[in-house]
Design a protein around this ligand. Structure first.
Ligand code: FAD
Length: 463
């Protein structure tokens, strides 16, 4: 039985892996010349890896870790010490670390009391506001808080404004590239729960080389080895429908008609919205997709001739154009090292710029000048270092904005159209838009498709 998947991000690739494992024939069509979607990485003319965005793996990403192991890439991730590290003015660093060797939530409590990121007043308000969540919060509660922004939830729980700005604003910007007064409370408290309940789940990991070499390429190899077919530069343009609105064929931009037993869109929601056939809009399932709006974000990479930091972890910053960043010459041991492309052994910063709506139209050199000015206040060594190269990737519509009320519109992977399915980080699974969410949606679509086709096989699909 032939399955056509459109979109070669983590969702489409994991769907392909699961379907091949189940014995289906799979063809995957990706519009770009590279695979990986928002995780994609490519080499520029200097031989440097240019990343769509700095990507960090959480210890709690069980599905992603399962897939990595399954495809033989289990050692792809380098785990770092569990700490939220904040780069402060005048080159200072503060951090929030769980106390090792203690059970949760005691470990967070002691770690929180010791942190130098916030004041004692902030700490006491945090304990009062977050302890009930850590002790009693569950998935049902998190979802029930989707009607308000995180700022509202924070204020209602009596936590100080300083704790919001210093501690959680960078986290909100790292998570969804939007401000705490825009993001729904649900994703934020879900993350607190991860951070607060299990040491292993809250660890950050970096891909050993970069997301492509460590994850996407092994996925591609696995798919090819299993007999799957991957076509790059193959853009889905439209669907041709049968009289009952099922898909008769998918039409690519080069005019080819693709016929299959089932079709999966693993496109980002903003791309899929443009391709929804009019006849399908009578279903709320498809109409609801218009509630999703993409977050703009930019990723800036800076190559220096000297090391400007020795921090081997993810870092956050408040009051700067960059919300979260890392020196990938330190965190990713197999890439960005001396002798590889532009790298000379100095720092290679990979910085996520958010919020980024105002950056989309700004010239890159203006943004880089601003970032450099701010970096000097966080890392005084920048003043003595030479900037060798700067690159910028702007994504006007990246992950969907997790604003209040949108969660309930996340679609199931099974659509009302008998031979058409959705997957992607925005589709319904218990995680946020993330690599883990995309991988979960890939597994879900494969399992649900298999069940649906099994029921229909005798008369509709095997004939
Ligand atoms: C800057 C940045 C930093 C991030 N950091 C993290 C992080 O640290 N940790 C984390 O877990 N997540 C992170 N994310 C989120 C994560 O990258 C995404 O949630 C996830 O990769 C989405 O995967 P996906 O397969 O659902 O969609 P996508 O990656 O968007 O894949 C969709 C694919 O469909 C293709 N496509 C589009 N239109 C067509 C068409 N018409 N025909 C054929 N193909 C088409 C696209 O080219 C793309 O390859 C980050 C995202 C960004 C942008």
């Amino acid at each position: 039985m032939e399955i056509a998947i459109f979109g070669g991000g983590v969702a489409g690739l994991t769907a392909a892996i699961h379907l091949l494992d189940k014995g289906y024939s799979v063809r995957l069509y990706e519009k770009r010349s590279v695979l990986g979607g928002k995780v994609s990485v490519w080499k520029d003319s200097d031989g440097d890896s240019i990343e769509s965005g700095l990507h960090v793996v959480f210890g709690g990403y069980k599905e992603l870790q399962f897939i990595l192991k399954h495809i033989g890439a289990e050692d792809a991730v380098l785990w770092k010490d569990l700490a939220l590290v904040y780069a402060e003015k005048e080159g200072k660093q503060t951090s929030f670390e769980k106390q090792k060797g203690l059970p949760s939530p005691l470990a967070e409590l002691i770690g929180g009391l010791k942190t130098n990121v916030i004041t004692w007043r902030d700490k006491l308000s945090l304990i009062r506001g977050l302890l009930p969540l850590l002790l009693f919060g569950d998935e049902k509660y998190f979802r029930s808080q989707d009607h308000m922004t995180y700022s509202e939830w924070h204020a209602r729980h009596g936590i100080t404004e300083n704790a919001l700005q210093r501690l959680w604003r960078p986290i909100s910007l790292a998570l969804n590239f939007i401000e705490p007064n825009v993001i729904s409370a649900r994703p934020m408290i879900t993350i607190f729960n991860y951070f607060g309940r299990n040491y292993e789940d809250a660890r950050f990991g970096f891909f050993k080389a970069n997301p492509n070499d460590s994850m996407i390429e092994p996925m591609r190899q696995y798919i090819l080895k299993k007999g799957g077919i991957i076509e790059n530069n193959a853009r889905l343009k439209a669907f041709e429908l049968n009289a009952d609105d099922t898909v008769q064929a998918a039409v690519l931009a080069d005019g080819r008609r693709i016929e299959a037993d089932a079709y999966i869109s693993a496109l980002p929601v903003h791309s899929f919205k443009k391709l929804i056939p009019k006849a399908w809009l009578k279903h709320d399932y498809f109409k609801n997709l218009f509630h999703f709006v993409g977050s703009p974000v930019a990723n800036c990479q800076l190559w220096f001739d000297k090391k400007i930091t020795d921090t081997d972890n993810l870092m956050f910053s408040h009051g700067t154009t960059f919300a979260t960043f890392a020196d990938v010459s330190i965190t990713c041991k197999e890439d960005y090292q001396a002798g590889q492309g532009t790298a000379t052994g100095g720092s290679v910063l990979n910085l996520v710029l958010a919020p980024a709506h105002h950056l989309m139209e700004l010239p890159n050199d203006v943004i880089v000048a601003q970032v450099m000015k701010e970096l000097e206040t966080r890392f005084p060594k920048v003043r003595e270092a030479k900037l060798l190269k700067a690159t910028m990737v702007k994504i006007p519509e990246s992950v969907y904005k997790a604003v209040p009320g949108v969660d309930r519109f996340r679609p199931d992977q099974v659509s009302p159209i008998a031979n058409f399915f959705l997957c992607g980080d925005y589709t319904y699974q218990h995680y946020l838009a993330s690599m883990e969410g995309a991988a979960l949606s890939g597994r879900a679509v494969a399992e649900k498709l298999c069940m649906r086709l099994a029921k229909k096989q005798p008369k509709e699909l095997l004939l």
